[in-house]
Ligand binder design. Structure first.
Ligand code: UN1
Length: 512
């Protein structure tokens, strides 16, 4: 495996020590302080990335500002053509980048490749969109006047991304921001700087081949100090941040204080309702993949199952059996279902949550624990577990980024919907039912309060064509498909008078 990873690193332009920032093809920043990226797969150090200083940050901002003055004037379909080429470059590098995502983050190879596919898909989506940044036209109340609206780019878009989708979430933001005429500055998670550097190399080659100036897409590695420089900076028009609710509240306060724009995609506490009218075998796949996929580290991971009392015993027996068959181990081995957690801190949070759940009276029907032995030497491999709980346990109200699944019993659909909505977060939700009345009630205004509500599929694995995001403590932002592009543009209402007089609106007379 070592040799395979080394050749992938070489293909993606990764060195042992990497510069702190890049404005495209220029790489700079010579701080002695480095981020060590170590793989949760085997504990090995992958490579190092230097941390950016405040001076590095200023250099990146200056290039971005300069680049914006010309990039905003490139016709949108021509910007789309650059994004199309980026999508092609991702196709060429899919195997290498997907493997590196799996190795640096710990998700299964299938999911690593799927994440790169999500990047390719958003590029395709953005290319089409680059000819469709539609504004409305309206009828003016004044004669011989024309009124319409147009959408203009915002300027610099700061993208703060999390470790769990280390590359796709950046690309959702960058692909849309770019076709809209913005320039981007990306601050990736400190836990996954190497995949970010790989992406920057890929996009920089596309820019270079097209003679696009430096600064259209920049990368800046560092800790939260860099994040704070971005969020507090009035020169950064939009901050798109993905991560914990705690982080999102801090970002919203800082950006809000300067009346900047923010787009937040924060925690979820996603539930599937398993109705007495569900297909239990189909529900099982959705529930288990949702709970253990990415080792429970997706924003959309299934954290709670709300199960009708009449199928509770049968379904929990199926779950216990399925969990017994899960293969936990090296995610690059396609035989395994579940890889490691991102790091030892995540393992600690997992263990703490199990303890808290037990202290509140949770009954574990599948026990958790940390795996030991040579195959698990990184110390990051844990057992997915299942506990019977009450929805109002403090720990159940909280998002733990780990494969802990909570089971809750219900009697009526109203009660199930109240339980599903009865958490501070509002990202993804699902109902498993073959009953049309139940399904429609779940999707109605008195149904799920989440940004995503599914019928007969699980909570995770949303497609890029839909708007992605959620309500309440999830932050309210929408990324990716549908009309999410509007968040990256400013709307301008234009009224043109082509008459010989100047009539005022609202019938006001003002003669001189
Ligand atoms: C995230 O976990 O931050 O819906 C993103 C999904 C993926 C994206 C998850 N398409 O599970």
């Amino acid at each position: 495996m070592k040799a395979e990873i080394q050749s992938i690193l070489t293909q993606l332009g990764i060195q042992q020590e990497n510069a702190a920032y890049s404005t495209g093809s220029i790489w700079g920043g010579d701080n002695d302080i480095q981020i060590n990226s170590f793989s949760p797969v085997d504990g090995a150090t992958i490579a190092k990335a230097k941390m950016a200083t405040a001076a590095d940050y200023e250099a990146v901002i200056a290039k971005a500002q300069e680049a914006f003055s010309s990039w905003r004037l490139v016709p949108a379909p021509k910007r789309g053509e650059i994004v199309r080429q980026f999508g092609d470059a991702l196709r060429t590098n899919k195997a290498a980048l997907g493997t590196l995502v799996s190795y640096e983050m710990g998700k299964s190879l299938q999911e690593g490749l799927g994440e790169v596919q999500e990047m390719i898909d958003i590029c395709d989506f953005a290319v089409g969109l680059s000819r469709q940044l539609y504004g409305l036209t309206m009828h003016s109340e004044r004669p011989n006047h024309r009124m319409y609206e147009q959408w203009h780019p915002l300027g610099i878009v700061g993208i703060i991304s999390a470790f769990n989708f280390p590359v796709a979430v950046w690309s959702w933001n960058a692909a849309l921001a770019l076709i809209c005429g913005n320039v981007c500055i990306w601050k990736p998670s400190e836990k996954t700087p190497i995949t970010a550097i790989a992406c920057q190399h890929i996009i920089a080659q596309v820019f270079k081949a097209n003679d696009i100036e430096e600064g259209v897409c920049s990368l800046i590695n560092g800790d939260r100090t860099v994040g704070e420089l971005l969020t507090g900076d009035a020169r950064v028009a939009l901050i798109s941040a993905t991560g914990s609710t705690r982080m999102g509240k801090a970002v919203a306060a800082t950006v809000g204080a300067r009346l900047g724009k923010s787009l937040l995609e924060l925690g979820g506490n996603n539930a599937i309702i398993i109705s007495e009218h569900s297909d239990l075998d189909m529900s099982l796949i959705g529930a288990v993949f949702g709970a253990v996929g990415t080792a429970g580290q997706r924003c959309t991971s299934t954290r709670r199952l709300i199960i009708h009392e009449s199928v509770y015993d049968a379904f929990s027996a199926k779950l216990v059996k399925a969990y017994g068959q899960l293969r936990i181990g090296n995610p690059l081995d396609q035989h395994n279902h579940v890889g490691p957690l991102i790091d030892q801190d995540a393992v600690k949070a997992y263990l703490d949550s199990i303890e808290k759940c037990k202290a509140e009276g949770g009954n574990f029907i599948v026990e958790g624990g940390v795996l030991t032995g040579e195959a698990y030497a990184s110390g990051c491999y844990v057992k997915p577990c299942i506990a019977e709980v009450k929805n109002d346990f403090a720990i159940v109200q909280h998002e733990t980024f780990a494969p802990i699944l909570y089971l809750i019993k219900y009697k009526t659909l109203d009660e199930a919907i109240a339980l599903q909505n009865g958490v501070p977060q509002g990202l993804s939700s699902a109902i498993m039912t073959l009953n049309l009345r139940e399904a429609e009630q779940f999707l109605s205004a008195k149904g799920s309060d989440c940004g995503i509500a599914n019928v007969n599929i699980g909570t995770s694995g949303a497609e890029i064509g839909g708007a992605f995001g959620g309500e309440k403590e999830t932050g309210g932002g929408r990324e990716s498909g549908s009309d999410a592009w509007r968040a990256y543009m400013r709307r301008q209402t234009n009224t043109i008078n082509y008459s010989n007089t100047l009539p005022l609106a609202q019938g006001i007379k003002f003669d001189l």
